[in-house]
Write a protein that binds this ligand. Structure first.
Ligand SMILES: Cc1cc2nc3c(=O)[nH]c(=O)nc-3n(C[C@H](O)[C@H](O)[C@H](O)COP(=O)(O)OP(=O)(O)OC[C@H]3O[C@@H](n4cnc5c(N)ncnc54)[C@H](O)[C@@H]3O)c2cc1C
Length: 328
C-alpha cells in the first residue's frame, strides 16, 4: 500500500474542496468507515496521495424523522444504527432487514450508509490487482467469457459487474433521494437515477457522482399507510457475504387487492434492478398464489445469463416468490 496523507476537514464544503475536480486526477479519495476503501488501498486498486476522511464533519451521522414523516439518513450513519432504529424496524422493514444483512456485525458497526451506497464492485477481475480489465482501463471484460458465476444476468455489457450494496435496492424500493454537495453547490436526485449501467457511460464508474462531490444524506419520503415490505437475500456463505441475488419488495393492499407495488432486485445487475412490468402486473390483483407465480416469472423475463450464472434465474424467481408470499 502506498503511503498517503490523511486529511480531516471540518465541513462538507471543505471536504469537497480537497477532492480532485478532474476525473482523471486520482490524487485524493474520500474515506468514511473504510470497510471497502481499505481493501482497495491495500490491494493498490487505488493509490492516492491524500485520503480525505469525513469523520471530523459534524452532523453527518444524524438519523432524523421529520415532521412530514420522511426520514433523513446522514451519510455517516452506520449500518448498525440504521438496522437498530426502532421506527425504521417498525415502518420500513425492507430497510432494516437490508441493513441487518450487510456483512458481519463488525462491518455494520463501522460501515456507513454513504460508503455502502458508493462501494466499488466485487467482480474478482476488478479486485485482482494484476488484472487490467475493462473497468480498470483495459480492453476486455474478462468476466464476459471467463469466471462469471457472480456476475450480471440483467443489464450487462460491455462490463458485467453486479451492484454490491444491500441498502440500494431497499432504498430504491422506498423511493429514496440522495443529496450531493460539490464545487457547484448541492443537488438532489432519486437514488434510482444515481446509478449508471455500463452502457450509460458506467464502465469505469458506477454512479453519476461528479468529481469533488460528497454524498451527504439519503431521504426516504413519507410512506403511505399500510406499506408492508421485506428484503430477502441469498448468499453463498452464511457468516458474511454479498448477495448472489436479493429482492426488495414493498406492497400495499386494499380490500385484498394490491394497490401499489415496488420490486427491486439486487446482486443480478450493474445497478439496483427495478422490475416495472412486474410492479404493474401486481397492481389490481389479489396477492394469491396465481399472482405470485406470474410475478415471479415476470421478474426474471429478459434475463441473459452468462456461461456460469444461469442458476441466478431460478434463484431470483424463488426469492421473488418467497418475498411476495411473506407479504401476502
Ligand atoms: C468482508 C466484507 C463483507 C461485506 N459484505 C457486504 C454485504 O453483504 N453487503 C453490502 O452491501 N456490503 C458489504 N460490504 C461492503 C462495505 O464495506 C460495507 O457495506 C460498508 O457499508 C462500506 O461503508 P464504509 O463507510 O466502510 O465505506 P468506505 O470504505 O469508507 O467507502 C467506500 C467507498 O465509498 C466512497 N464514499 C464513502 N462515503 C462517501 C460519501 N459520503 N460520498 C461519496 N462517496 C463516499 C469511498 O470513497 C469509497 O470509494 C462488505 C465488506 C467487507 C470487507
Amino acid at each position: 500500500m502506498k503511503t498517503f496523507d490523511l486529511q480531516r476537514p471540518a465541513t462538507v464544503e471543505e471536504a469537497a474542496g480537497l477532492l480532485p475536480s478532474d476525473r482523471a486526477d486520482r490524487s485524493a479519495v474520500l474515506l468514511a468507515g473504510g470497510q471497502d476503501l481499505l481493501g482497495e488501498l491495500k490491494d493498490d486498486l487505488v493509490a492516492p496521495e491524500r485520503v480525505v476522511s469525513l469523520s471530523g464533519v459534524p452532523g453527518l451521522d444524524a438519523l432524523t424523522w421529520r415532521d412530514d414523516g420522511s426520514l433523513a439518513i446522514g451519510a455517516l450513519v452506520t449500518l448498525a444504527d440504521l438496522e437498530e432504529e426502532p421506527r425504521v424496524r417498525a415502518e420500513l422493514a425492507v430497510l432494516a432487514e437490508a441493513a441487518g444483512q450487510v456483512g458481519s456485525p463488525q462491518i455494520r458497526a463501522a460501515g456507513t450508509v454513504g460508503g455502502n451506497l458508493n462501494q466499488r464492485p466485487r467482480c474478482w477481475y476488478y479486485r485482482d490487482p494484476d488484472s487490467v480489465c475493462l473497468k480498470k482501463g483495459g480492453t476486455h471484460c474478462f468476466a464476459q467469457l471467463g469466471l462469471n458465476k457472480y456476475n450480471a444476468i440483467f443489464g450487462g455489457g460491455p462490463t458485467y459487474i453486479v451492484h454490491p450494496s444491500d441498502l440500494a435496492p431497499a432504498l430504491v424500493a422506498l423511493g429514496a433521494t440522495v443529496e450531493l454537495v460539490g464545487p457547484s453547490g448541492a443537488r438532489t436526485m432519486p437514488l434510482e437515477r444515481y446509478y449508471l449501467l455500463p452502457e450509460q457511460d458506467g464502465i469505469t464508474r458506477e454512479t453519476v457522482r461528479l468529481p469533488g462531490e460528497v454524498m451527504t444524506q439519503v431521504v426516504v419520503p413519507a410512506q403511505e399507510a399500510g406499506l408492508r415490505s421485506t428484503y430477502l437475500k441469498f448468499r453463498e456463505r452464511s457468516s458474511y457475504d454479498w448477495a448472489l441475488s436479493a429482492v426488495a419488495a414493498g406492497i400495499r393492499t386494499e380490500g385484498g387487492v394490491v394497490t401499489s407495488a415496488r420490486l427491486v432486485l439486487g446482486g443480478v445487475a450493474p445497478t439496483p434492478w427495478r422490475c416495472p412490468s412486474t410492479e404493474a402486473l401486481l397492481v389490481g390483483r389479489p396477492l394469491d398464489a396465481d399472482t405470485i407465480r406470474d410475478a415471479a416469472r415476470d421478474a426474471v423475463r429478459g434475463a441473459q445469463p452468462l456461461s456460469q450464472n444461469g442458476y441466478k434465474v431460478p434463484l431470483t424467481q424463488g426469492l421473488v416468490t418467497r418475498a411476495l408470499s411473506a407479504l401476502a
